[in-house]
Design a protein around this ligand. Structure first.
Ligand code: PBG
Length: 323
């Protein structure tokens, strides 16, 4: 045999020398849940190690992440049921929990990168990402609400706005609204290929944001489809997106690779709540080596082509020096 691939695996030094994929803190975005009140840190039962923080505790959490080199955060609000309505009006109210959080984080940590989520569901009494009328999700009527949310986030100091709603045309609509108001430098990370997935379950527990009726299949993509992601990516690119996101990550690595090969924008992948819960649950049962499984997952997502990974594992992998 002239060719023996095992020679390049024979020692740690050589294995490291030929390692094709790397991951560091700069590639990670840490999603964090926030809740009204003070001195609150409540566990999300289906996501061991993940909490909902009141703003004061969130600032401490952000500080400890920053000390680990983790500098990008995606914030998600848990909104009291009594503040929800059909038009998500709480989302743009001055002084509302989310807008206060954005500006507090940015004023305490100007060097942090704050990613904000644009969608109606945490604020919607229907638990949907758009306006519901007679059981139907209205597309065009929802766009103005999303754009006003995005504008409020920009005014509060967001660095990157991430529309997760999957309404048609929202990237262009939001881009216009931001530009008209002078926010030409605010980035858009589009949830380009967001699938109607069972893996969002723990997130909906965390925010109490599950749909009150029906499902999200008329706006989120069918998990069986790959080519449809190209249509979404083409539109987002034309409409001015700065990042294309695939979500969830693990069952859709083919889609990450497809977008990476066909588009020049950086690709983000969201390693969602249910993917996190699977690893945590099996590790707790002693069924998987948590460190190795976690790193294999994150490296797999990078190998498929993601520049950026949104993951609930972000802080832990840095705190435990798994990278
Ligand atoms: C809602 C939104 C969801 C997630 C991020 N933004 C859930 C959904 O679409 O129902 C899921 C994130 C996760 O599961 O970690 N717009």
């Amino acid at each position: 045999m002239l060719k023996r691939p095992r020679r390049n695996r024979k020692s740690a030094v050589i294995r490291d020398m030929v390692q094709e994929t790397h991951l560091n803190a700069a590639n990670l975005i840490f999603p964090i849940f926030i809740v009204e009140g003070s001195n609150i840190k409540t566990a999300v039962s289906s996501m061991p190690g993940i909490y909902r923080y009141s703003i004061d505790n969130l600032l401490r959490e952000v500080e400890s992440c920053m000390n680990l080199g983790l500098r990008a955060f995606d914030l998600f609000p848990n909104i009291e049921e009594s503040l929800k309505d059909k038009h998500a009006s709480e989302s743009t109210k001055e002084g509302s929990l989310y807008l206060r959080t954005i500006s507090e984080v940015k004023s305490r940590f100007p060097e942090a990168c704050v990613v904000t989520d644009v969608a109606m569901d945490p604020y919607s009494s229907d638990g949907h990402d758009g306006i519901v009328e007679n059981g139907e999700i209205l597309n065009d009527e929802t766009l103005e609400i999303l754009a006003m949310m995005a504008l409020a986030h920009a005014q509060a100091g967001a660095d990157i706005i991430a529309p997760s709603d999957m309404m048609d045309g929202r990237i262009g609509y939001i881009r216009n609204k931001l530009d008209e108001n002078g926010f030409t430098n605010i980035s858009l990370m589009s949830y380009t290929a967001k699938y109607a997935s069972a893996f969002y379950g723990p997130f909906r527990d965390a925010l109490n944001s599950a749909p009150k009726h029906g499902d999200k299949k008329t706006y989120q993509m069918n998990p069986t489809n790959q080519r449809e992601a190209l249509i979404e990516a083409e539109l987002d690119t034309q409409e001015g997106a700065d990042f294309l996101m695939v979500k969830p990550a693990l069952p859709y690595l083919d889609v990450v690779k497809l977008l990476k090969d066909n588009f020049d924008l950086p690709i983000a992948a969201y390693n969602v709540s249910g993917e996190y819960a699977m690893i945590k649950a099996s590790a707790r049962n002693g069924w998987l080596d948590e460190q190795r499984a976690t790193m294999e997952v994150l490296m797999g997502i990078r190998r498929a082509g993601a520049s950026v990974i949104l993951t609930y594992h972000a802080k832990e992998v840095l705190a435990k020096k798994w990278l």
